[in-house]
Design a protein around this ligand. Structure first.
Ligand code: NA7
Length: 550
């Protein structure tokens, strides 16, 4: 629903002839920009990036909803490949919002002269592998037909907006918006009755800001959620100096940590820590704010009893903050372990329910029946009159953006068919039967369980090294063996099963928010640092598990 920006389409650079390239990259977010830089400037390939939006930014180009913020801390939510870039860029806040992230990505694109090789306002419709020519043939919605030996999808994990199929939406006479397709000119809520559906990370960020100007906000909650205060604020000059002076150390920690954040998970166990001390540690983390809360004890995501201690701490905080006991009870009635779904962080989310103009509607006990011309009707017959509906209902995560393109591998095999039982690939990077197709932060890689830029830099550099290896050895094709794929799928499942992550049955990690989607735990849960080592070992072992051919 967002209107594309006005930036002009990138002019074709001298590399390639305008139609035929060494590599095509789909997407100009964090992944696509760095992939372009690596392949064009480090390997000297002819490269074109195809981007549906009118500017760079990927996820951040579209997610401009009220309250939108990154939940990684800014000093780790950036590229680290260039020391100069790290030195010259200064984040202003602990958690940047879309305008600042977009300024950063535009700065990177301009600094490395990337835009000349990006075609904006161009959607990839299909990509078919031609085995005789060993080329990917790509068709776009602007009528372009392009070819490349290598095709790299840099489409992001959360780009395919999920607007639920609620009967009657087409009859609604007000306005409705999905947070992931937010109008760039913004939405004026003043004097309006607003209904927000969804209480994931997005809904939890949006509700407090919408409530500030709306006449009335009804938050429709299907699944209650944990949240920890973000404690956002401007960065002090001392902290900004610390970031520059310790850039190498910060990078080292993000690469050594499980989730790519600039802190390590503590070695102590929640269960072995005496109760008073444990409470004091939770309190300290609550006051510090942000995702560090999850890193307080090593067993929070592997031992349900340990997790219960964190869960109960947060539930008590909800009961303390929210004045109306019935509302507090609904908000604290959480049915999954803490952090088994993506753990939100917030600015005054629970406090928002103390406002007179905000109401919590429990649609777990009384589900939405349909949307009427003037609002939402529940099964019980209760109606909510609305002028605006905000869908904070998430995305067809991880696979949605890949599968909505018509990607076909050898002998015309559609990716949707290869993945009919869930995403199957090797290292999250390559699919059997789809030679020279690489996915940046695809399902089967740590991706969304990691601070994204950290995962992205590792993937992009691995792909670049792999393509360099092929060229140095006179090889033309790379794809994984079926056996390597089988064993990686098993490994992804095994990694998830030793954690509590699969216990949140409605998490998008499992594809559970889409009724037609196979239930498979998609990201690799074995930790980013461990994954990095696995990938490096495989590369050092002549790309074990991959079939390389001339
Ligand atoms: P999420 O985390 O997928 O949350 C979506 C929310 O919308 C969640 O509360 C869902 O309830 C709710 N939802 C989805 N479909 C419906 C329907 N049909 N009816 C009622 N409620 C519904 O998406 P976000 O955008 O918040 O966050 C995505 C990621 O962005 C996040 O993980 C961060 O990585 C950044 P449910 O829990 O399914 O019952």
């Amino acid at each position: 629903m967002a209107t594309p920006g006005n930036s002009t389409a990138g002019l074709d650079s001298s590399s390639g002839d305008g139609h035929n390239f060494d590599a095509l990259i789909i997407g100009a977010g964090f992944s696509g920009l760095y992939q372009l830089l690596c392949l064009r400037d480090r390997l000297g390939l002819s490269v074109k990036v195809l981007e549906v939006a009118g500017g760079v930014g990927g996820t951040w180009y579209w997610n401009r909803y009220p309250g939108a913020r990154c939940d990684s801390e800014s000093h780790s939510y950036c590229y680290t490949f260039s020391e100069e870039l790290v030195r010259e860029w200064e984040w202003s806040e602990r958690y940047p919002g879309p305008p600042e992230i977009l300024r950063y990505l535009n700065h990177v694109a301009d600094r490395f002269d990337l835009k000349r090789d990006i075609r904006f306002n161009t959607r990839v419709v299909s990509a078919h592998y031609d085995k005789t020519a060993n080329l990917w043939r790509v068709v776009t919605d602007t009528g372009g037909a392009l070819t490349a030996q290598f095709l790299i999808t840099a489409v992001g994990c959360l780009s395919s907006a999920n607007v639920p199929d609620i009967p009657g939406l087409e009859t609604f006479e007000g306005q409705w918006y999905h947070t992931g397709r937010w109008p760039h000119q913004g939405v004026d809520f003043s004097g309006k009755r607003v209904g927000q559906i969804g209480t994931g990370s997005t809904g939890i960020q949006a509700a407090p800001v919408i409530a500030e100007t709306a006449a009335h906000l009804a938050v429709f909650q299907r699944t209650a959620n944990y949240s920890v205060p973000a404690r956002n604020g401007p960065l002090t000059p001392e902290f900004q100096r610390y970031v520059k002076e310790n850039a190498a150390e910060i990078r080292h920690v993000t690469q050594a940590s499980v989730n790519g954040h600039p802190w390590l998970i503590a070695e102590r166990s929640a269960l072995e820590t005496p109760t008073a001390e444990r409470q004091a540690l939770y309190e300290e983390a609550w006051q510090t704010g942000g995702l560090r809360f999850r890193a307080m004890f090593r067993d929070l995501l592997t031992d349900k009893k340990a997790n219960d201690t964190a869960a109960e701490f947060i539930r008590n905080k909800i009961r303390e903050v929210v004045k109306d006991p019935a509302t507090a009870a609904k908000l604290a009635d959480i049915d999954h372990p803490y952090a088994a779904k993506r753990p939100p962080i917030d600015t005054d989310y629970f406090e928002t329910f103390n406002r007179n103009n905000v109401e919590l509607v429990d649609i777990r006990s009384d589900p939405i029946e349909h949307i009427t011309p003037h609002g939402i009707k529940l099964k019980s017959g209760a109606t909510h009159r609305l002028d605006i509906i905000v869908f904070a209902t998430g995305f067809d995560g991880m696979t949605g953006s890949l599968l909505r393109m018509d990607i076909r591998g050898r002998d015309g095999l559609p990716l949707s068919q290869a993945w009919s039982a869930g995403p199957r690939n090797y290292l999250g990077l390559q699919v059997a039967g789809f030679p020279n197709l690489f996915m940046v932060t695809g399902p089967g890689s740590p991706s969304v369980l990691c601070n994204m830029p950290v995962a992205i830099e590792q993937h992009v550099e691995w792909i670049t090294d792999c393509i360099a290896y092929l060229r140095e050895h006179g090889l033309k094709r790379v794809e994984p063996s079926e056996e390597a794929v089988d064993s990686w799928v098993t490994r992804v499942n095994d990694a998830a099963s030793v954690t509590l992550l699969p216990q949140a049955k409605h998490a998008w990690y499992l594809g559970a928010n889409d009724p037609g989607k196979p239930r498979v735990f998609m990201p690799y849960a074995g930790g980013m640092a461990h994954y990095r080592k696995i990938c490096a070992d495989i590369a050092a072992n002549n790309y074990k598990g991959f079939k390389l051919s001339a």
